[in-house]
Design a protein around this ligand. Sequence first.
Ligand code: KG4
Ligand code: ZN
Length: 340
Amino acid sequence: MIILGIESSCDETGVAVYCSDRGLLAHELHSQVDLHAVYGGVVPEIASRDHLRRLLPLIRQALAGAGIQRPDLIAYTAGPGLVGALMVGGGVANGLGLAWDCPVVPVHHMEGHLLAPMLEETSPEFPFLALLVSGGHTMLVAVAGLGDYELLGTTLDDAVGEAFDKTAKLLGLGYPGGPALARLAEGGDDEAVALPRPMVNKPGFDFSFSGLKTAVMLEVRKAEAAGDFEARRADLAASFQRAAVDTLVTRSLQAARNKGLQRIVVAGGVGANRLLRSEMARRFDGDVQYPRMEFCTDNGAMIAVAGALRAAQGSSANEIRAQPRWPLDSLVPPGELETA
Ligand code: KG4
Ligand code: ZN
């Protein structure tokens, strides 16, 4: 079966062609980062308009790259995300489904992230603990099988990617700040500034990152008053990154131990962070798996593979679905009826 995957929930237009036997055949991505950078964050209206402009040419390119005329199935991101951006992807997916007379499957964006490692040859087996870390989410999920998700913890305030982005801004870096902050941190001393590891000693598996960002803000003000902000930027970046990563890894190990899980899958944009990858591998004595770097951030391939897995087990709905809020743990295994 050949699946066309479409991602348009935020500021990346992603399209992929995936074959259930041969794997990924083609993928195309257009990032809107430059369009939004001048505003310091994603502007929803601009995002929708750019998806409109990019989507059809990207679909044409991906189909040509894969050497196919039309897919057997179309999978698109139906939520969570920006409603206008979702409507563009959903409208195009369902329009093409009608024209090609093929089924169309709505996919949950975070389920896409969670299943992205399934694109690799050594795909993770169920059950596993998923750490989903992006600009909008920070979640620990016990994954028993496809659609069988127990939400163990989430953030009480900022998502960890958001904390990276806001801290990067404090340090004078552009948007999105995560990768830029990680680069600046390479030249810094991660023990130079004492920062909190929020929540790690509290019961449960929730996170909180706004206090960490505020702690950096106070340090920035101190450094500015002392006139050595420039000299301390790299140390601040390194200390922040170390504190955020320590927190994510400690919480993940606590959850894995509590649930008796031997495998951790890290996915979402912050999953591209190299320190997070090396620390998780160093501190967890089980198996740790990731999507490849380019499929950590938003992309069409993860939507195609999630659609393929769901469709293989009989779930497809021919309606345009755009659901900005859609809790991951309201999902059910394919074939069962969703409650929320
Ligand atoms: O999954 P994603 O592409 O989009 C969302 O669904 O949010 O994640 C984007 C987030 C941004 O906050 C970005 O700063 C962060 O992932 N990010 C990183 C790195 N690469 C991307 N954060 C830390 N280190 C990185 N290397
Ligand atoms: Zn995402």
